[in-house]
Ligand binder design. Structure first.
Ligand code: SF4
Length: 255
C-alpha cells in the first residue's frame, strides 16, 4: 500500500488553501527578493513547497542539510529532485557539518552518541544540523519551512508567518494544510517523494533517529522515539529564547 493509498484525499477547502499558499509564497519572494531560502528537509511537505517554487518560478533558493546520517533513500531523493526540477532552473544547495567537528564528535562519543543521553543527542544535532543551518541562513532575511499545525502538539500554534527570533521572517505556508492535502497535491502533480513515506515513515530525519510508526501512533512518534515527547525537537524550529541549551558537553568545549 502506497502513501497515496493511505493518505491522499481531496478535502473540502483544499483549493483555497493551495491558492493562499501560492499567494503567500509570491508575496514572500517579492518582499525578500534574493534573500529568501527554503530550508527543505525533503519530507513530503517540503517537496510540495519546492514544487510550488519551481512551478511558479518564484525565485526562492532551495537548500537542505546533509547531516552525514541520512537514509540512502533521502540521498537518492536529492538527486531525483535536482533532475526533476533542472528544466525549471532550480538547484539544491547542500550544507554539511564541518568535517573536523563531526569527526572529533564521533571520536569522543562514538557513532551512537545520540542514544547515550539527551545532551549528547542535542550536541550531535548541534554539530550536524544547527551549525550547518546557520550557514544555510547566513545573509538571508527570510526562510520557508514545511511546518504544519497537525504535525505535533508543539506545532499546533504554528503561524503562517512569524519572527524566527534571530531577525528573520519564517514563512510556514502549509501551516493549515492537512496530511491528506499534502499527499493529494503530490499525487496530482507528480511530485518526487521519499519512498520511506510508503513504509510508514511520515516524518523523516536522520537514519539512526527515525523509525516507522505503528497504527494509531502520533505523526512524529518515529523521531527520537526513545525520548520524552517534550524533548523532540532538534532546535531547527525552536526560537532561541525558548530553546533548551544547545551547549556541547564539557568535553566538546574544552578542545
Ligand atoms: S537527528 Fe540524530 S543523527 Fe541527526 S543530527 Fe540529530 S542526533 Fe545526530
Amino acid at each position: 500500500m502506497s502513501a497515496f493509498d493511505l493518505y491522499a484525499r481531496r478535502q473540502p477547502g483544499f483549493e483555497d488553501r493551495l491558492k493562499s499558499t501560492v499567494t503567500q509564497l509570491h508575496d514572500a519572494a517579492l518582499r525578500h527578493a534574493g534573500r529568501i531560502v527554503q530550508a527543505t528537509s525533503l519530507g513530503a511537505e517540503d517537496m510540495v513547497i519546492t514544487d510550488l517554487i519551481a512551478r511558479h518560478r518564484l525565485g526562492i533558493a532551495v537548500a537542505t542539510l546533509d547531516t552525514g546520517k541520512l537514509h540512502a533513500q533521502t540521498l537518492e531523493l536529492m538527486q531525483r529532485l535536482e533532475q526533476h526540477y533542472a528544466p525549471h532552473g532550480l538547484t539544491l544547495a547542500r550544507f554539511a557539518p564541518e568535517p573536523q567537528e563531526a569527526r572529533i564528535f564521533v571520536q569522543r562519543h562514538g557513532e551512537d552518541a545520540m542514544f547515550q543521553s539527551i545532551a549528547l543527542r542535542k550536541a550531535c544535532c548541534q554539530v550536524r544540523k544547527m551549525e550547518p543551518l546557520s550557514r544555510l541562513l547566513a545573509g538571508r532575511s527570510a526562510w520557508v519551512t514545511g511546518l504544519r499545525r497537525e504535525q505535533s502538539d508543539g506545532r499546533a500554534q504554528v503561524l503562517s508567518e512569524e519572527d524566527d527570533g534571530q531577525g528573520r521572517t519564517k514563512f510556514n505556508p502549509l501551516a493549515q494544510w492537512t496530511w491528506s492535502d499534502v499527499w493529494h497535491y503530490i499525487q496530482a502533480n507528480g511530485v518526487p517523494y521519499n519512498p520511506l513515506h510508503d513504509a510508514f515513515f511520515p516524518s523523516i530525519g536522520c537514519q539512526p533517529c527515525t523509525r516507522a510508526i505503528g497504527v494509531g501512533e502520533p505523526f512524529r512518534a518515529g523521531r527520537w522515539w526513545w525520548e520524552d515527547e517534550a524533548a523532540k525537537e532538534c532546535g531547527l524550529h525552536v526560537k532561541p529564547a525558548a530553546a533548551p541549551s544547545m551547549a556541547l558537553p564539557e568535553k566538546e568545549t574544552a578542545a
